[in-house]
Design a protein around this ligand. Structure first.
Ligand code: G6P
Length: 469
């Protein structure tokens, strides 16, 4: 039996299947994976969803005892019917809850809570049930269970009724919507999401702002009592926690100085020459605001011909959630905006913008090291670790940062903070960042790096566990 359990939609590994039918395992990255790498042990189990056909094959093989699914540590991948997974993950989690928390709806046309949505919602309940019953089956008496994110909001309440002995925490890695936006959801759905999380003993958020939005929703929509430290409903109190997440500076630094990154760095130096480099690194994801970021670069070039030929914007926009048409269309819009800039300003010997759509981690680490300016302008973001990784890898890189990213709460004093909708303000910030004197870059950079590394994932995880002790 397991004393510590973690539940998240995406697990620490994923599988691919070769043409010969051979399964290969790949370790993922991200805060949760690195936080848990110190905590692995016999009494920890990670429960996640099989997200692809290869994952499902691996999960089935594991059940028959033919495969160690994790390759390290202990893992249980849930092999759900593909239609259930698709409706829960793509339909509810990524097209509804993600949109609500990031304020992404185009309200004259969406959302539309119709019969198709109700089928998705039923699947989301089934998917949450599958997690809750796997956790209930695997957990030792009084075990601690860490439930992650908007995919699994119903699990805490489900677990509480199946296994009241367990100590359950829920953590939201996203922003939380203000009540007037959250209440776009049908009343019963909104109530189930809030009530699901309130099944936990502890509800964690990345910033005080997101925690406050959650308590406002509980007060306005459910009539719960709130006092800043907890939410009380029906005589039970769920404690609130604000646990920011930073980066493991040493591990990141080591990884960014390995030979594959050095090779990419040399290639990038060759490509950029002695020009200044503005970098952005994102998943091609609607909340990341890439198109407005490119519009700001275009405005900057229009207003400052003296910079023509002297600057390159390197844009990483990795594919994400491409099962959803809206995400494919967004990637196409990014590509088009980039093409327009190249067409308008490029010359025979100057390419003002380089767009990288492939997920090339070593090349993105090299870009951090070479950057003069890092742009992070999401319309809304739970935290944003790109804003924290950049300063660790270059002390002389100026940071242009959206005030709507959770990271702004910690980095705002030394970043150039912008309203992500204000393209001209962002364009001005790009210029200030490029022209920032060297001593100021270094001073701000050192403080940014300190703030970025003060709460590495291992401390974030320890705080989650302590909150349940
Ligand atoms: C980002 C968010 C997380 C979320 C993850 C899911 O990293 O900050 O809150 O869980 O995306 O991404 P995925 O690719 O698994 O849909």
């Amino acid at each position: 039996m397991n004393n510590i359990l973690v539940a998240s939609n995406r697990g620490p590994v994923s599988y691919t299947c070769s043409e010969q039918g051979e399964l290969t395992v790949r370790r993922g990255s991200g805060g949760l994976v690195s936080g848990l790498s110190d905590t692995s042990g016999d009494d920890l189990l990670w429960v996640c969803a099989a997200m692809s056909e290869a994952d499902r094959q691996a999960a089935r093989g594991a059940r028959k005892g033919r495969l160690d699914p994790a390759g390290h540590g202990r893992l249980r991948m849930l092999d759900l019917p593909p239609a259930t997974f698709d409706r829960a993950y793509n339909g509810v989690a990524n097209s509804t809850l993600w949109f609500v928390h990031h304020l992404l709806y185009d309200t004259p046309v969406s959302p539309r809570f119709d019969a198709a949505f109700r089928r998705e919602w039923a699947a989301y309940r089934d998917y949450n049930e599958a997690f809750a019953s796997a956790l209930a089956e695997e957990a030792a008496p009084e075990a601690r269970v860490l439930v992650q994110d908007y995919h699994l909001t119903l699990v805490p309440a489900m677990l509480r009724s199946a296994r009241p002995d367990l100590r359950v925490a829920h953590f939201s890695h996203t922003p939380w919507a203000p009540p007037e936006y959250f209440s776009l959801l049908p009343d019963d759905v909104a109530a189930q999401v809030l009530g699901g999380i309130l099944g936990a003993e502890h509800a964690g958020f990345l910033t005080a702002r997101w925690a406050r939005a959650f308590t406002d929703c509980c007060a306005n929509l459910l009539g719960a009592q709130t006092d800043g430290r907890g939410v009380t409903l029906g005589g039970r109190t769920t404690r609130l926690g604000v646990h920011s997440l930073g980066v493991d500076g040493e591990a990141l630094w080591r990884r960014a100085h390995e030979p594959d990154v050095e090779t990419c760095l040399a290639a990038l130096r060759e490509q950029v020459g002695d020009r200044r480099l503005i970098v952005r690194i994102d998943r091609a994801e609607l909340s990341k605001n890439i198109v407005r970021g490119l519009a700001a670069y275009r405005e900057f070039l229009a207003a400052h011909p003296e910079w023509h030929g002297r600057v390159v914007h390197l844009v990483f926009a990795y594919p994400s959630r491409h099962d959803l048409p809206g995400y494919r269309a967004y990637t196409a819009a990014v590509r088009q905006a980039a093409e327009e800039i190249r067409h308008e300003y490029g010359t025979a010997d100057w390419d003002p913008l380089v767009l990288d759509l492939a997920d090339d981690y070593p090349r993105s680490l090299a870009a951090y090291r070479l950057a003069d300016v890092l742009v992070v302008n999401p319309v809304r973001d739970g935290m944003n670790l790109v804003a924290k990784e950049g300063p660790v890898l270059s002390r002389r890189c100026a940071l242009v940062l959206s005030r709507e990213a959770g990271a702004a709460a910690e980095l705002g004093a030394d970043a150039l903070v912008v309203n992500p909708y204000d393209v001209l303000e962002t364009a001005r910030a790009l210029r200030m960042a490029l022209e920032m004197p060297e001593d100021e870059r270094l001073r701000r950079g050192a403080r940014l790096a300190t703030a970025a590394t003060s709460l590495p994932p291992r401390r974030w995880l320890a705080a989650q566990l302590t909150a349940l002790t």
